[in-house]
Design a protein around this ligand. Structure first.
Ligand SMILES: Nc1nc2c(ncn2[C@@H]2O[C@H](COP(=O)(O)OP(=O)(O)OP(=O)(O)O)[C@@H](O)[C@H]2O)c(=O)[nH]1
Ligand SMILES: C[S@@+](CC[C@H](N)C(=O)[O-])C[C@H]1O[C@@H](n2cnc3c(N)ncnc32)[C@H](O)[C@@H]1O
Ligand code: SF4
Ligand code: SF4
Length: 338
């Protein structure tokens, strides 16, 4: 029977987001700008990555503390070899109710069936534009929209649940909001609009580039009337809206204009085995050393619960109080996976 561990603001630990690699085949400017993440960038060497056995062991310990939802992420998680083997191991962990993966979709067509067969429940595919030229610039490597759409199609065909994530930036892809909404409504997939966030230290974030969710809702509502609907579960990141008179819906992830820290139940595990209590944390808590130095499950469980219990993080609620220019050092998004 799992024990529910609470942080200093009484928030339970429910989700663990596991990054399986810090590498990616894309170079999205808002996450891994090519000028920083170049050929000499010191990505993690293989021996520093948690093995699948180590990840599965940690997952068992996390579920004993109340976690029931696992999200696999990266970097690009499909860059990690033999990912279905990890999914198979996680599927066998008692207490895991939901295994999802966030991916850029470019390699998904090849792997969707094997992932489903291994026990993956659903994928969230990131796509910021349906226009090839714009998308090629956004992903920094000229990848085509068709590659990602093929991945989405293959995932749906394989029987995986599918959602789409779109990061919206004022001077980049506001014109894509309506075409994306129309297209994914037609396809029957939930599209979620994410406010551009100041993750990491290198993505050149500016508040004036953030398109507030309210504005996105108004824009869509004018063409396709929307009505708000209740969250699916406590602490859901996205606010949900339904196209009036239908079952089709969209989501808005408003980390900048309507922070949701007060119900944040998410811990993150980096590919090298550090636990982070916030997407914007400056440092993580190393679990790889105790794993490799022979600590038993009870000792590691104690370390994890202790680290969660002292958690006070609520970066997004405080963001706009920070003095410009005095920002703190933050972990990179590609390191802990969003
Ligand atoms: N600031 C902040 N942003 C988050 C947090 N969790 C997710 N996000 C952002 O929201 C985006 C969407 O996250 P997903 O992983 O698709 O959302 P999710 O809540 O796991 O989705 P569902 O399980 O489908 O409800 C991420 O890529 C991040 O950019 C969080 O705890 N804080
Ligand atoms: C870091 S990526 C990792 C998984 C995979 N590579 C992908 O892109 O889906 C996870 C999510 O974070 C989102 N993301 C990255 N940088 C962001 C930023 N600065 N603001 C908002 N969302 C961001 C991406 O769009 C993606 O949906
Ligand atoms: S958002 Fe995802 S696809 Fe884009 S650079 Fe980051 S990790 Fe890669
Ligand atoms: S900013 Fe940190 S505490 Fe707030 S919702 Fe995001 S991860 Fe959770």
């Amino acid at each position: 029977m799992a024990v529910q561990v609470l942080d200093s603001r009484k928030r339970p630990l429910r989700d663990i987001r596991i990054s399986v690699t810090d590498k990616c085949n894309f170079r999205c400017q808002y996450c891994m700008p090519a000028e920083i993440f170049g050929p000499d960038y010191p990505f993690l060497p293989q021996h520093k990555l948690l093995t699948f056995e180590e990840i599965a062991r940690l997952a068992r310990i996390f579920t004993s503390l109340g976690v029931s939802k696992i999200r696999i992420t990266g970097g690009e998680p499909l860059m990690r070899r033999d990912l279905p083997a990890l999914i198979r191991m996680l599927r066998q962990v008692d207490g895991v109710q939901d295994i999802a993966m966030t991916t850029n979709g470019s390699l998904l067509a090849k792997h969707a069936e094997a992932l489903k067969a291994a026990g993956l429940d659903r994928v969230t595919v990131s796509l910021d534009s349906l226009d090839d030229e714009r998308f090629g610039k956004i992903n920094g490597r000229g990848y085509k929209v068709a590659d990602v759409l093929a991945g989405i199609e293959a995932a749906a065909q394989a029987g995986l649940g599918v959602k789409i994530n779109m990061v919206v930036q004022r001077e980049v892809n506001v014109d894509d909001i309506l075409p994306m909404a129309r297209y994914f409504r037609e396809q029957g997939h939930i599209l979620r609009f994410i406010e551009f966030m100041d993750v990491g230290n290198t993505n050149g974030w500016r508040l004036d580039q953030v398109v507030p969710s309210r504005e996105i809702v108004e824009m869509i509502h004018e063409e396709m009337p929307l009505e708000p609907i209740d969250p699916n579960y406590y602490g859901e990141v996205a606010s949900r809206y339904r196209y009036a008179g239908s079952e089709e819906e969209i989501g808005l992830i408003s980390s900048v204009t309507q922070a949701f820290c007060s119900t944040c139940t998410r811990a993150r595990l980096s590919a090298e085995g550090k636990m982070y209590n916030c997407l914007f944390a400056s440092s993580g808590f190393d679990l790889r050393e105790p794993l490799r130095e022979g600590s038993d499950d009870a000792q590691i469980r104690e370390l994890i619960s202790g680290y969660w219990e002292q958690r006070q993080d609520r970066y997004s609620e405080e963001r706009l109080l920070h003095t410009p220019g005095l920002t703190r050092d933050k972990v990179e998004m590609s390191h802990i996976g969003g």
